[in-house]
Design a protein around this ligand. Structure first.
Ligand code: THU
Length: 136
């Protein structure tokens, strides 16, 4: 099995753990680390809807909580069972643009098609740490 297929398959395992009683929209994510660990994340919703955590944020926060940093992260997969491929929401793009390298491959799949992108493409000209340094 080629590497990205394995990563996508693991993201579908995470999707099975989604807690999405409000939207019914299950999302799974998986990060492959350079030392070849796979870290899963699912979307976890809340009755106060804004407190929901998306799958890709769950995965990247888990990776950072384990001590990994952006240079240790090799690839991310985000999967759904939607009719079309889903791309990360705006909040996730902001978070991932800081916590992943700009060229780290991000595989998106709905189980039928696969697309590959990265944060350079998903959030060009985003706000980041360098902007804070230029204050006054
Ligand atoms: N969701 C994700 O987990 N990742 C995305 O990239 C898009 C949206 C979740 C949040 C919410 O639980 C559900 O999908 C519907 O928005």
């Amino acid at each position: 099995m080629i590497e990205q297929e394995r990563l996508i398959e693991k993201a579908f395992l995470a999707l099975e753990h989604a807690y999405a009683p409000y939207s019914g929209f299950q999302v799974g994510a998986c990060i492959q680390t350079r030392d070849d660990h796979y870290i899963l994340g699912a979307n976890i919703e809340n009755a106060a809807y804004g407190s929901t955590n998306c799958a890709e944020r769950s995965a990247v926060f888990a990776a950072y909580s384990m001590g990994y940093r952006k240079e240790d992260l090799k690839a991310l997969a985000v999967v759904t069972r939607a009719k079309q491929i889903t791309t990360p929401c705006g909040a996730c793009r902001q978070v991932l643009s800081e916590l992943l390298n700009a060229d780290t491959p991000i595989y998106l799949s709905n189980g039928i098609e696969v697309a590959v992108t990265n944060m350079k493409e998903l959030l060009p000209a985003g706000f980041g740490a360098d902007d804070l340094k230029s204050a006054n």
